[in-house]
Design a protein around this ligand. Structure first.
Ligand code: PRP
Ligand code: URA
Length: 214
């Protein structure tokens, strides 16, 4: 794992993550293959983003004796996919954290203005008291991520992390400026955004590639 000079940004450079990302960038990758790879990368990114969760010691009984053993402390965390593409991460992450709660955040990016348009939000009632990990494979302008985090903060959430697969430098800068308290995990930082707000070299439209809608 490599910490780049920008504070609060972790590039997960694990060889398996980088290998799978390369397979996903290939425009010939099938919908089925793309979806499967995102699931696998989601699992690996989940491992990294939860690496520093606090532990507490509890007494348990093994078949031989009692002992004090560590377990994750506090309330169950919340995985918050930004629809649609964020859902591609969900299954793999729930494999690792099966008791996590889920908050669905419905946001799409207007293709003309690139502004975020919110259409759905459903979270556990006590979301404000939990760590929320926002999931979206793509951080481009960051309009979607900033809107999702604005919404969570308006509901009182204080502890938020953001996980993506690919980030543009522009998106990282915007998200860090808008929400400096929200750390970012990404598999790669690409070169730039093109005139349509797509990440270059990127992998295209993540939602379309996951769901075969284009
Ligand atoms: C994509 C992607 C992000 C957003 C990133 O979603 O999944 O949510 O664009 O772009 P931004 O950082 O410039 O906001 P899209 O709007 O295509 O919706 P979809 O997931 O339903 O396909
Ligand atoms: N959304 C995507 O799905 N891909 C991009 O490159 C930018 C935004």
């Amino acid at each position: 794992m490599k910490e780049i000079p920008m504070e609060g940004v972790t590039v997960v450079d694990h060889p398996l993550v980088q290998h799978k990302l390369t397979l996903m960038r290939d425009k010939k990758r099938s919908t089925k293959g793309f979806r499967q790879l995102l699931n696998e990368v989601g699992r690996l990114l989940c491992y990294e983003v939860t690496r520093d969760l606090p532990l507490e010691m509890v007494e348990i009984e093994t078949p031989l004796t009692t002992m004090m053993a560590p377990r994750v402390a506090g309330k169950k965390l919340v995985l918050a996919p930004i629809l649609r593409a964020g859902e591609g991460f969900l299954e793999g992450m729930l494999d690792l954290v099966p008791s996590a709660r889920v908050a669905h955040i419905g946001i799409y990016r207007d293709p003309e203005t690139l502004k975020a348009v919110e259409y759905y939000f459903k979270a556990p009632p006590d979301v404000a008291d939990r760590l929320v990990i926002v999931l979206d494979p793509m951080l481009a302008t960051a309009n979607s991520a900033v809107a999702a985090i604005d919404h969570l903060k308006a509901r009182g959430v204080k502890d938020i992390r953001f996980v993506c697969l690919l980030a543009a430098p522009e998106g990282i800068e915007r998200l860090r400026k808008s929400h400096p308290d929200v750390a970012i995990w990404t598999a790669a930082i690409d070169s730039h955004l093109n005139e349509h707000g797509y990440i270059v070299p990127g992998l295209g439209d993540a939602g379309d590639r996951i769901y075969g809608t284009k």
